[in-house]
Ligand binder design. Structure first.
Ligand SMILES: C=CC1=C(C)c2cc3[nH]c(cc4nc(cc5[nH]c(cc1n2)c(C)c5CCC(=O)O)C(CCC(=O)O)=C4C)c(C)c3C=C
Ligand SMILES: [Fe+2]
Length: 436
């Protein structure tokens, strides 16, 4: 289990009671009072949630980036379906309030699930009643389509007068070889990444934001994930992906502040004055990468290890003993490099990419089987970086043409978003974009 607070993040801001603590201690009836603040003073130490269960919503950065990666994901991309700027701004304000409450383990509104009377639709769908905050983080991002036309939607209008405020590096991803993008799993004007240690808490959060957005936004696509495929702090052990390999060993982590400054956080000099709202934020690349599980499972162990370039058990670079040993790409055996020229870790390593780093924060997914008896499983790749065009695109271009892993991958969803910095007290999601 990870540390309660990720280094570099603002402290946990809430000491309120969790849903589980309240229900367990005092019953449903007290939830309303507590959520409104009335019962807080009566909380005893025994009733209070363990502090590691709540991740602070506000701070210099949004939570959910360098936060120790939680176990579960519900990622949602929304289309904005109105031209009414005021309606969108009003929704973002209501979303902020609800999101902050849910990350504290509270309902979207005080007693919203059952306390609004028999003839009012509940303001909280209720499936998280009794569950703790579960380290829920909600991270918002804005897609290129919000700022006007994009290559996939050339006829789109600049509906909200944001064209001049588009950050320089926020474009749609280019097409890459061997991908089969499904438009119904790609793009989106707004994204919300919900991560939590309880899947029901993450699903509840997205469901309620979608419900609140009726008439203003609609869900374009969403993806559930489990079993994080990256470590984002040094305190976390390395998880495994659906090919059975340790994934995230050489990731950028919360403690690597120099790397974060160089490769993740957007700097003032990265944008003109009109797009300074993104300074201190980052960009997110999301790709649904289906993995051809059955052919992979028929490959022998040596083949699998040569495709990745690491051992399957320990996760050590080929030619080394331990997971965190540095790879040596010059070792040869019988005249051939021990880490093949087509190995994934050789091609993705910073030494082979002008030093480029990404902060990976992806998840495994399995969406049942596909009707042919094949698992619809893979890796929902999420990576944060300071400039998609200078970091992700060149690396992915190289991988798509030379990486032996590509034979087993079918990328079928893709999207890019600008992720604003964190909120100060009283601020709302998107405030500096819309009001700056
Ligand atoms: C364009 C970026 C990347 C994509 C897309 C990608 C897909 C992908 N990766 C794995 C499995 C592993 N990746 C590993 C390392 C690794 N991968 C990338 C980038 C992309 N991966 C980077 C930058 C790195 C780090 C390279 C390094 O510095 O050594 C590893 C090894 C362990 C680790 O360091 O994380 C594995 C395993 C899959 C299965 C996949 C698509 C489904
Ligand atoms: Fe990788």
């Amino acid at each position: 289990m990870s540390d309660p607070q990720t280094p570099g993040e603002s402290p946990v801001t809430s000491t309120r009671l969790s849903r589980r603590a309240l229900l367990g201690a005092t019953g449903v009836g007290v939830v309303a009072a507590a959520a409104g603040g009335a019962a807080i003073g009566r909380a005893t130490a025994a009733e209070s949630p363990p502090p590691q269960d709540v991740i602070g919503f506000r701070g210099t950065r949004q939570a959910g980036i360098i936060t120790a990666a939680q176990d579960r994901l519900h990622f949602c991309a929304f289309d904005v379906i109105t031209d009414d700027r005021a309606a969108l701004v009003a929704l973002l304000k209501r979303w902020t309030t609800a999101a902050e409450r849910m990350t504290r383990g509270e309902q979207t509104t005080p007693d919203g699930a059952v306390g609004l009377g028999d003839y009012t639709p509940p303001a909280d769908t209720g499936e998280a009643l009794g569950l703790s905050a579960s380290k829920l983080t909600l991270t918002i991002g804005f897609g290129p389509g919000l700022f006007g036309p994009t290559p996939a939607f050339p006829d789109a209008r600049d509906r909200f007068g944001l064209g001049a405020r588009r950050p320089a590096a926020l474009t749609q991803l280019p097409a890459f070889p061997a991908e089969r993008l499904d438009p119904d799993r790609s793009y989106g004007d707004i994204c919300v990444q919900a991560c939590a240690d309880d899947p029901q808490v993450a699903v509840h959060a997205i469901r309620n934001l979608a419900r609140m957005g009726f008439g203003v936004v609609s869900v374009r696509w969403s993806q559930l994930g489990f079993g994080r495929t990256s470590s984002t702090t040094t305190s976390q052990t390395t998880p495994r992906n659906m090919f059975g390999f340790k994934d995230g060993t050489n990731n950028v982590r919360a403690e690597n502040t120099d790397l974060l400054e160089r490769w993740v956080w957007v700097k003032p000099e990265d944008n003109p004055a009109s797009a300074q709202w993104l300074t201190g934020g980052t960009y997110l690349v999301a790709r649904r990468i289906r993995m051809d599980i059955e052919p992979w499972d028929r490959g022998n162990l040596l083949e699998q290890e040569q495709i990745i370039g690491r051992t399957k058990g320990e996760g050590a670079p080929l030619g080394q003993d331990k997971e965190f040993d540095a790879p040596d790409f010059n070792i040869t055996s019988k005249g051939s490099p021990l880490i093949p020229m087509t190995a994934h870790v050789r091609l993705a390593h910073p030494d082979q990419n002008n030093g480029v780093r990404l902060l990976r924060r992806g998840y495994n997914f399995t969406d049942g089987s596909d009707g042919f008896g094949h698992l619809d499983a893979g890796l929902f790749f999420l990576a944060f970086c300071r400039d998609i065009g200078k970091q992700f695109v060149p690396m992915q271009t190289k991988l798509a043409t030379r990486d032996a892993l590509t034979e087993y991958l079918i990328p079928n969803g893709a999207a890019a978003f600008a992720i604003p910095p964190g909120l100060r007290d009283g601020e709302w999601w998107g405030q500096h974009l819309f009001e700056g």
